[in-house]
Design a protein around this ligand. Structure first.
Ligand SMILES: [Zn+2]
Length: 103
């Protein structure tokens, strides 16, 4: 039976998991839209994953397959926008349907 995590460790784990999600989403969006910085974001994502693996190996093991699946699921080509999964596509869809600004 594993020892329950202390509140500070639980908080750190949650923050790392949230940070990993934000970074991975940004990395995939940048990659999908061929924007500069995709490689930096991918490395940052990997760094957070490695921190999780070092500090919380069981958590890492539980989440890793989902990360692979969700990252692959978010990837798209620019000619097949995914406003449901991509912030850049969402912003583009909003701006193209926005009413013209008042004069
Ligand atoms: Zn997109």
């Amino acid at each position: 039976m594993p020892t329950p995590l202390q509140p500070a460790h639980r908080l750190l784990r949650r923050q790392l998991l949230e940070h990993r999600e934000e970074l991975a989403a940004a990395a995939i969006e940048h990659l999908a839209h061929d924007l500069p910085g995709a490689d930096v974001l991918a490395r940052a994502t990997h760094l957070v994953e490695e921190l999780l693996r070092a500090r919380f190996p069981v958590t890492w093991q539980q989440h890793y397959p989902d990360w692979i699946r969700s990252d692959a699921g978010r990837l798209h080509a620019t000619d097949t926008p995914r406003p449901d999964a991509c912030g850049i596509c969402r912003a583009a869809a909003r701006s193209s349907t926005a009413p013209p600004a008042a004069a």
